[in-house]
Design a protein around this ligand. Sequence first.
Ligand SMILES: Cc1cc2nc3c(=O)[nH]c(=O)nc-3n(C[C@H](O)[C@H](O)[C@H](O)COP(=O)(O)OP(=O)(O)OC[C@H]3O[C@@H](n4cnc5c(N)ncnc54)[C@H](O)[C@@H]3O)c2cc1C
Length: 573
Amino acid sequence: MARSAISFDPSAEREVDLLIAGAGPAGMAAALVASIEGLDVLLCEKSDRVGGTGATSAGTLWIPGNSQSRAAGFNDSGEQADFYLSALIGEATNRELRNAYLLTGPTAIDYLCARSDVQFLPCGKHPDYRSNMPGAAVSGRAIVPEPFDGRLLGADFWRVRPPISEFMLFGGMMVGKADIAPLIGRFDSFANFIYSAKLFARYVADRLRYQRGTRLMMGNALIGRLYYSLQKRKVPILFDAPIGELIGDQSGVKGARLRMDGRDIAVRTRKGVVLATGGYAHNKTLREAFMPHPVPGHSMSCEGNSGDGVQLGLHLGAATSPERCPSGLWSPVSIVPHRDGSKGLFPHLVLDRAKPGLIAVNSAGRRFVNEAASYHDFVLAMFESNNKTTPSIPAWLICDATFLRKYGLGVIYPGHRNPGKFVDNGYVMSARTTQELARKIAVDPEQLERTIARHNGFAETGVDIDFAKGEIELNRFNGDPDHKPNPCIGPAATPPFYALAVWPADIAVSTGLATDADARVLGSDGTPIPGLYACGNDMASVMGGSYPGPGTTLGPAIVFAYRAAMHARGARA
Ligand SMILES: Cc1cc2nc3c(=O)[nH]c(=O)nc-3n(C[C@H](O)[C@H](O)[C@H](O)COP(=O)(O)OP(=O)(O)OC[C@H]3O[C@@H](n4cnc5c(N)ncnc54)[C@H](O)[C@@H]3O)c2cc1C
């Protein structure tokens, strides 16, 4: 039985200005801007919740020159970012879209902040992922949503897709980056104790009324804020109502058919249809077609993202882009056994890999990467090592007991009192010696011992002559500033030793429908298909498949959603 947030007569044909398919960050932002601009909007969503992958994300947006960071004293500009992107992906790549993105980014964010409850904070220091390249920034480019009080959504709070369970404490409490240190050190100072006690008290109070904590952070805060703003504007959202077919052809899209309660409902549109169905991550055929081989079997994308938008576009003769580079924005993930027998994925984004005392090895027991590289670059190195030299999927994160206690590893948080439980449930391997550990993970014992000894030598000199770990700002940012001489390199010497398998998983896709700078979908002849827009992961990445910095997909998702809505309204973005 479909549940819709508005009364909807399925037998009547409905006409609106703009139909938006997909209630992730891209679709919700497009619907919000279009509504503010006075359009009659309908948002349809395949599942019974809002948020898509965006709800489970870190919620960071890469918006060069944003005014939130400028107001906080950070100097950055679109020109500097353009310089960086030219170094990273080439001067000419996606020129028209890139100009539009860099020009409109700060405007789109200011627009939302001024006219809705979608509010952002500057991240301050948050280095670009190739922070050694010309034009790269160390601070001022990334923004995050302000935390949001889910209680404001009232009875509709349950509609916000929750974060992955691996990112919540006590089965439902969200924590942000700033909460981690006081929580871990809750008995170290009175201030930390009070801070942690308040968080916990709020969580206990929440659980008396809600299924999880209502203090929403990161991607969940972004979705909570978008949803709240849409509710306030009374924008209708149809749940359990996937878009199934477009009405029209290459000469113009006039609406779409939605599938609701087992029936097809026609929605006619005066201005167009926006495809924001989250990309193709769960479509086997499109994965085979666009992703590097061997095609990774794991995805962090929301389960409903089966390429519906991309396929609807292709059916109408749309082009996809980029044509050559393999698609995917990646993170190494470990596989977490749950008590009920199911399995979760933990993305190793920033918490453990760059800390001193961890190395990553392939099946030969050799390092193949700077472990402190960005999650995307780490996985690209896995593919490269795997396809050119040695099986490296999975790769193994190796550390010792001191590291585990101090920094944690994957879901084993720092200072965990019972790491043995993660050995018992098979999450991590453990052994008294590195040779024994190597045998457990089927790696050459002598080679692993040599690799660790060599790396322990780098810990003394502070210089990783093999992979330059700790040399760029990004590495050091995620390392331990108190560790000397190199915040990212430490010895692995105290038993027991641990090994954790990591696999590549997409957190987003980068191949999608080719569009112009107003997010209008392009036909195979390169001209826009009137009335058809795409944004978010349904739209080909403006970054050409690269990952310049924190917020590489949510930034463009919001900015091109804004541009699509403005174009549909007939305004210049
Ligand atoms: C752990 C993690 C952390 C991340 N952190 C960041 C970050 O900090 N910054 C960043 O830029 N990116 C981040 N990402 C990536 C980011 O979350 C995605 O790129 C982003 O959510 C894509 O937005 P979207 O709106 O295109 O798709 P989604 O957020 O996936 O939403 C798509 C929606 O469309 C719906 N849908 C699917 N098919 C249909 C259909 N036929 N009809 C109607 N609706 C449909 C889905 O149910 C879903 O609700 C992260 C991802 C993960 C997994």
